[in-house]
Write a protein that binds this ligand. Structure first.
Ligand code: G4P
Length: 529
């Protein structure tokens, strides 16, 4: 690709993460988007019915339906001349670290909200991460075909709880059984709702009166008049549409709709493509910006997942391309080790199959078959100029268990599984100083459950987990460490890189330690490897 081709290819890319509280409709809307992209032909392809016992976690569900796990992570399709990359995120808060890393690899986010529920705690948490990155956020208020909360209340709640300006791109005419359509201020039209027919016709609006042009029975209905009043109120007293603020993540365009009945989804997608940014310059660790059209290839690993396909025992490192052009078989430098690697085996993500990727540019995600070379946060690049992207922050674990293999004869598979799952970033591993016991640390309980489930299913290793409860993990400078500092109120362990830390029983134990050793510096967070 020459410079002009690369520039135009990058401009076509739109890469976003889709975030929501579980059950808000993330999967359903993703499916509709894939239908528009022609990647799948019927709804229900991405995820079938949830089976009760696994319903609590996307992950388990995905695990169970092995064959589609890839498809649920990264999906790519073309629409109206744009190439769209959707990165799915686990809805459950126990996996917020995974979501966090995924958000580091996208240029915008789509937040799906259930109109009956409004902003739920998990949405708030995920949203905060988007704000921290300053990426544009597009909001889809879903399930309009059901009775939900007052749209004005939802907007107010969004603004107050998330501290962002909300700008409605359209407005519901009724809701639930009374749903008649959407008043689309942005496109100056009313979209009529048909519960059983996915064709939703448009009626043009007269720009002077703001009314539907000509005669239409809907104009006589009070529900329509009410929507019109709200629209007028919003145009006089609401926020001004501001693409600049959207680009900075200070204003979120809000779309109402119903993913299940495919109502409002197309309008949403088309507006998203108009206002969402193409890949921009990426900040390097040095603080300098790297242009997405810089000629040398660069990217970083934001996720590693093992055994995505039960037929091939493989591990895939997900790389976000940040500059240049990725080519199958190219040689790259792995920044952490300065070793050269040949990327001969890679995969692109589609909804129903994994296809070999030949070229990819900034914004695209490539999956590299990994034989243990990569760690989360790794930078790879070509060219003589060294490139390093910032490390991906790691959440400090709050829950801990002691873990052993049930069958002492099966140590080999236990160690192998442990090594791979830890490297994937699924869970944190610590070893005790005195006895070299294995301690696992996680942000949420479900991470342990997934670990146990995957150890059994993927490595045929039954593990025994002895809960240690909540602890406060604090790293200590090795030069200041004296093993005598360990007491009954704390446990001294090493992390995977050998760095020492204390696991304190509670805040009291931590305070006690600080009083006793006022000069010893304790730190909460450690960057990932
Ligand atoms: P998630 O990925 O965010 O967890 O949500 P998902 O799409 O799985 O949707 C959760 C439930 O909400 C599903 O029902 C889905 O059919 C329903 N849903 C999604 N969008 C809409 C909508 O616009 N209107 C209505 N009425 N329902 C919607 P379920 O019964 O829990 O799952 P399933 O057994 O139908 O898959």
């Amino acid at each position: 690709m020459d410079k002009a081709e690369l520039t135009s290819a990058v401009k076509r890319r739109r890469t976003f993460a889709i975030i929501s509280h579980p059950d808000a409709g993330k999967t359903t809307i993703t499916e509709q988007l894939l239908l528009f992209g022609g990647v799948i032909r019927k709804a229900g392809t991405v995820k079938g019915k949830k089976s009760g016992q696994f319903a609590k976690s996307d992950w388990m569900d995905i695990e169970k339906k092995r064959g589609i796990s890839v498809t649920s992570s990264v999906m790519q399709f073309d629409y109206q001349g744009k190439r769209i990359n959707i990165l799915d995120t686990p809805g459950h808060e126990d996996f917020s670290e995974d979501t966090y890393r995924t958000l580091m690899a996208v240029d915008s986010a789509v937040m799906v909200i259930d109109t009956a529920k409004g902003i739920e705690p998990q949405t708030k948490k995920l949203f905060k991460v988007c704000r921290m990155r300053g990426i544009p956020i597009f909001t889809f208020m879903n399930k309009l075909d059901r009775d939900g909360r007052e749209p004005l209340d939802l907007l107010t709640e969004l603004e107050e709880l998330l501290d962002i300006e909300a700008y409605p791109m359209n407005w519901p005419i009724g809701m639930g059984r009374e749903l008649k359509g959407l008043y689309d201020m942005h496109n100056q039209r009313v979209t009529l709702y048909h519960p059983t027919d996915e064709q939703h016709p448009y009626l043009p609006i007269d720009p002077d009166s703001g009314e539907i042009k000509g005669d239409h029975p809907l104009k006589q209905e009070s529900i329509y008049q009410q929507a019109l009043e709200n629209v007028q109120l919003l145009s006089e007293a609401g926020n001004q549409f501001d693409p600049d603020k959207i680009a900075k993540g200070q204003q979120t365009p809000v779309f109402f709709g119903s993913a299940l009945t495919n109502f409002g989804v197309k309008t949403f997608l088309e507006s998203y493509l108009t206002y969402a940014p193409a890949p921009a310059a990426h900040k390097m660790r040095s603080g300098q910006d790297l242009s997405p059209t810089a000629p040398d290839f660069s990217g970083f690993v934001f996720k590693i997942q093992a055994n995505m396909n039960p037929h091939h025992r493989d591990r895939i490192a997900f790389v976000r391309v940040c500059s240049g052009e990725f080519d199958q078989g190219m040689d790259v430098t792995l920044q952490r080790t300065q070793r050269k690697l040949r990327l001969s085996n890679s995969t692109e993500f589609m909804a129903d199959s994994r296809e070999a990727v030949k070229t990819a540019v900034a914004g695209d995600i490539v999956g590299l078959y990994d034989t243990g070379n990569f760690q989360i946060g790794d930078t790879i690049y070509t060219g003589k100029q060294p490139i390093e992207f910032p490390r991906l922050p790691q959440f400090t674990p709050e829950l801990f268990v002691k873990v052993t293999a049930k069958n002492v004869m099966k140590q080999k598979s236990f160690h192998k599984g442990m090594k791979q799952l830890v490297q994937e970033g699924a869970i944190q591993l610590y070893r005790t100083y005195m006895t070299d016991d294995y301690i696992l640390g996680a942000v949420g309980q479900l991470q342990f459950e997934v670990f146990q489930f995957r150890m059994k299913n993927e490595y045929h290793s039954d593990v025994v987990m002895e809960p240690m409860g909540a602890k406060i993990a604090r790293w200590v400078d090795p030069d200041q460490l004296d093993e005598k500092m360990s007491s009954s109120r704390n446990l001294l362990v090493r992390d995977r890189q050998g760095a020492p830390l204390f696991l304190f029983e509670n805040e009291f134990a931590e305070r006690w330690f600080k009083q006793k050793y006022p000069d010893v510096k304790l730190t909460e967070k450690l960057s990932t490897d």
